[in-house]
Structure formats: structure tokens, C-alpha cells
Ligand binder design. Structure first.
Ligand code: NDP
Ligand code: 2IT
Length: 444
């Protein structure tokens, strides 16, 4: 059996109860097969892939907190410190009832290559909890965050591991987490990113993932001879990534007609109204039914199925495996030009393959959504030098980083004879830097 196949079989056997993790590893390892097989014996001798797929450290802990009725609740907290070859661990915290170790491992593994693609010195990590912020009061969220940090603080630091937001973690949660870290350690340092602007946050970090997705998509379309202006788009999700993807798309002359949340989706043929969406999701933390109630032009549909709407671009920005094969078939039938992932791994492996085989330009999340973590790294730089840059400065650096990623991804795919396969291009380009650093640092 080839070395690559051996390692994939081992990963499946050792992590059988973690399908998302297996999916993420299989996608990456399959696409770097060409690189490994060009020098197989060396990689085998170094047990290189076995080391790559094994997190440097997994921390799991109890998170007890008291709800508003005085009842004690217990959640499970995680931080997976995956790979520190090119910098301190960096990656978000996710609060969602679906969180278990396999989700955090898949996200941490993806983060290694994404962070490498940014060109900035950040390693891969991820954390979170099965706590559900929905329906909780601000005080309950605060008590949970304080308890979570009361364990996490001993494992993180501005030069060791720097968490940030992800699903269910935005400015409110980062504020509570930061306050508790500072209270326990006495350190006023850049230990978290996505902080508020009054205490060390960076301008443009809130917008960065969504804006970055559009800078990336525009450049990738341009490489393919297509102008983004005048196109129509479907976006899924209605959170941080989706909202700012829609905002930037509209600034680029793209008409976005959909968004979705965990209960249903909106079709608004006049174009999503961003101020209304922000009011419903950022201020009121309400359901999209409230968006439909406020917009006569909008239709609300229960459940999933945004892919039913015919648009030029499809930008999934909600969660993993939201786009199944059935959806991909519909997108191909609709004549969709490109699918660029704002979320992490929103497209199943079968759906990805179907889109690629049917001529749809497909950009994986680890390249297309890297703008968030890239801007987090810019926040770390500003914290280190104790300065803050203007919105324009951060935003123009972000745009430059995203364009650079496009060109590196395209070049890596070309170099290995897989032109147009941006999944392979992203995985190879991300892997090369990490591999070189790991080799240089010996067996650790
Ligand atoms: P938010 O919590 O702000 O928003 C998530 C959105 O997706 C919400 O609209 C939510 O619905 C919906 N959603 C979440 N889980 C599900 C589910 N299981 N089924 C259906 N819908 C769901 O998170 P973000 O916008 O920050 O994150 C979205 C995606 O982007 C994630 O995959 C995340 O990992 C990824 N990402 C985030 C980055 C960031 O900087 N924040 C950076 C790079 C990637 P509801 O409103 O009902 O909760
Ligand atoms: O998936 C991601 O890249 C994020 N949630 C952002 C991580 C970060 O450290 O900003």
C-alpha cells in the first residue's frame, strides 16, 4: 500500500467516531499525494504524515456555570493546539450544541493550511464548547465565558495560542473572555483577537472574513476572465461571515438575493437589505422570519434549499456540510459559475467532486475565508507594536493578502499539472510552507 493510503487508513481506524475530521484529513492528504509520492521514502522515514495528522496537544475541560434560575449547568470545553511549526496556535472558538472533539479537530486541522496560506506567522488551533448561546441571557453568556476562561487561560498567551471568534462567538463573547483572562493573569496582552476597538481590537476585523471572501472571489473570477460586477449571488448563513460578504458583494455591483439561518432561508429578489439584516441578527439576535416581516419583497422558506434559486455565484457561509450532492446537482443545472466557500468545509466531498467535474469554479474555505484569520494576525501585529492602523490600511492589506492567496493557489495547481483544481492548489500551497518548517525543526 502507498504511504498516503496507509496513513488515510490509519486515520480512519483511529478516529472512526469523528466523520468530519476524517473528511477534512482525507481531502488534504489526497490532494498532497503528488507532493508526497515524489519523495515517498523520505516522508515515510520521518513519519511525516502521522505527525501532521496528530494534534500537538488536545485540552478538554469541564465548564460549570450557574444559570439565571440558580441551577448549575455543565458544558464541555476544548482547545486543540494542532500545529505550531510556523507560529503560535491561532484559530477561533465555536459555541454550538453540535460541538464535540471531532468538529474541533477538523477545524483545527483545516486552520493549519489556511493560516499558512495567509503568508503570516500563525500556527493552527481551534477550540469551543457544546454550550448553546441561543436563548441565554447576557449574564448567562458572561458566566459561561468566565468559567470557560478560568480553565483556558493557563493554556494560552499572546505568544503561545491566540483564540478568536467562530460560530456563536462574536464581540460580546470575546469581551467577556478577555475581561476574565486579564483579571486572572493581570496581563493586558493580545491573547485574543476580534476584540472591541476600545481595548485592542483591529478596525476591519469584524468585516474581514466576508470582505476577504469577496476580494478572493473577484480575483479568482478575473483569473478566469470573468468580471464580478453585474453578477447575481446566493449567500447562505446570516452571521458574521454572511453579513459582510453580502455587504462587500453589493459594493462590487453583485446582487445578492438570499441568506439563511438554522431554521430557514430568505429569497429577496430585490436584493438583501443589509441594514435590516444587521438589525435582525446583530442587534435583536432574532430569526429570519423577522427579516421577512420587515421586507415586503422577501419570501421566507422553512428548512434548507437555497440552491433552488438560480444565481451566477454561490457563497456558502453557514456551517460544515451544508451543501450536499443534491444541492450541487441543482447548482450545475442552474448554470452556476462559481462556488466560493465562506464557511469551513460547507461542501461535502461528493458535492465538491460533482461541481469540479461539471466545470464550476470551486474555491475551498481554507483559501477563500482566510481573510478573517489574516486580519486577526494583523490585530496581533498592532497589539505587539501598541499601535492601531486605520480601516483603510487594514482593509487594503487584507485585499492584498487575498489576491496573493489566489495567485499562490493557482500557481500550485499549475505546478503539479492540476490547473483549475483550486482544492489541490490550496492544500499544496498551504502544506509546502508547513512541511518545510516541520522538516527544519526536526522530530518534534
Ligand atoms: P455566526 O455564528 O456569526 O453565524 C453562523 C450562521 O450560520 C448563522 O446564521 C447560523 O444560524 C447559521 N448556522 C450555524 N450553524 C448552523 C447549522 N448547524 N445549520 C444551519 N445553519 C447554521 O458564525 P460565523 O458567521 O462567524 O461563521 C460561519 C462559518 O464561517 C463557520 O463555518 C465558521 O467556521 C466560518 N468562518 C468564520 C470566520 C470568522 O471570522 N467568524 C472566519 C473563517 C471562517 P442562526 O442565525 O440560526 O444561528
Ligand atoms: O475559521 C476561522 O478562520 C476563524 N474562525 C477565524 C480564526 C481567527 O483566529 O481569527
Amino acid at each position: 500500500m502507498s504511504y498516503v493510503d496507509e496513513v488515510i487508513a490509519q486515520v480512519k481506524a483511529k478516529n472512526a467516531a469523528e466523520p468530519e475530521f476524517i473528511q477534512a484529513v482525507e481531502e488534504v492528504i489526497e490532494s498532497i499525494r503528488v507532493v508526497i509520492e515524489a519523495d515517498e521514502q523520505k516522508y515515510r522515514d520521518l513519519a511525516f504524515l502521522e505527525r501532521l495528522v496528530e494534534p500537538e496537544r488536545i485540552i478538554q475541560f469541564r465548564v460549570p456555570w450557574v444559570d439565571d434560575n440558580g441551577k448549575v449547568q455543565v458544558n464541555r470545553g476544548y482547545r486543540v493546539q494542532y500545529n505550531s511549526a510556523i507560529g503560535p496556535y491561532k484559530g477561533g472558538l465555536r459555541l454550538h450544541p453540535s460541538v464535540y472533539l471531532g468538529i474541533i479537530k477538523f477545524l483545527g486541522f483545516e486552520q493549519i493550511f489556511k493560516n499558512s496560506l495567509t503568508g503570516l506567522p500563525i500556527g493552527g488551533g481551534k477550540g469551543g464548547s457544546d454550550f448553546d448561546p441561543k436563548g441565554k441571557s447576557d449574564n448567562e453568556v458572561m458566566r459561561f465565558c468566565q468559567s470557560f476562561m478560568t480553565e483556558l487561560y493557563r493554556h494560552i498567551g499572546a505568544d503561545t495560542d491566540v483564540p478568536a471568534g467562530d460560530i456563536g462567538v462574536g464581540a460580546r463573547e470575546i469581551g467577556f473572555l478577555y475581561g476574565q483572562y486579564k483579571r486572572i493573569t493581570g496581563l493586558y496582552e493580545g491573547v485574543l483577537t476580534g476584540k472591541g476597538l476600545t481595548y485592542g481590537g483591529s478596525l476591519a476585523r469584524t468585516q474581514a472574513t466576508g470582505y476577504g471572501l469577496l476580494y478572493f472571489t473577484k480575483e479568482l473570477l478575473a483569473v478566469n476572465g470573468i468580471d464580478i460586477a453585474g453578477k447575481t449571488a446566493a449567500v447562505t448563513g446570516a452571521g458574521n461571515v454572511a453579513i459582510y460578504a453580502i455587504e462587500k458583494a453589493q459594493q462590487m455591483g453583485v446582487k445578492v438575493v438570499t441568506c439563511s439561518d438554522s431554521t430557514g432561508w430568505i429569497y429577496d429578489p430585490e436584493g438583501i437589505d443589509v441594514p435590516t439584516l444587521k438589525q435582525v441578527k446583530e442587534v435583536k439576535r432574532a430569526r429570519l422570519t423577522e427579516y421577512a416581516a420587515a421586507r415586503p419583497s422577501a419570501e421566507y422558506h422553512e428548512g434548507k434549499g437555497v440552491w433552488a434559486i438560480k444565481t451566477d455565484l454561490y457563497l456558502p457561509c453557514a456551517t460544515q456540510n451544508e451543501l450536499p450532492l443534491e444541492g450541487a446537482k441543482q447548482l450545475v443545472a442552474n448554470g452556476t459559475i462559481a462556488v466560493c466557500e465562506g464557511a469551513n468545509m460547507p461542501t461535502t466531498l461528493e458535492a465538491t467532486k460533482y461541481l469540479q467535474e461539471n466545470g464550476v469554479i470551486f474555491a475551498p474555505g481554507k483559501a477563500a475565508n482566510a481573510g478573517g484569520v489574516a486580519t486577526s494576525a494583523l490585530e496581533m501585529s498592532q497589539n505587539s507594536e501598541r499601535l492601531s492602523w486605520s480601516f483603510e490600511e487594514v482593509d487594503s492589506k487584507l485585499e492584498g493578502i487575498m489576491k496573493n492567496i489566489v495567485h499562490n493557489v493557482v500557481a500550485a495547481a499549475d505546478k503539479y499539472g492540476m490547473s483549475g483544481n483550486y482544492v489541490a492548489g490550496a492544500n499544496i500551497a498551504g502544506f509546502e510552507k508547513v512541511a518545510e518548517a516541520m522538516k527544519a525543526q526536526g522530530v518534534v
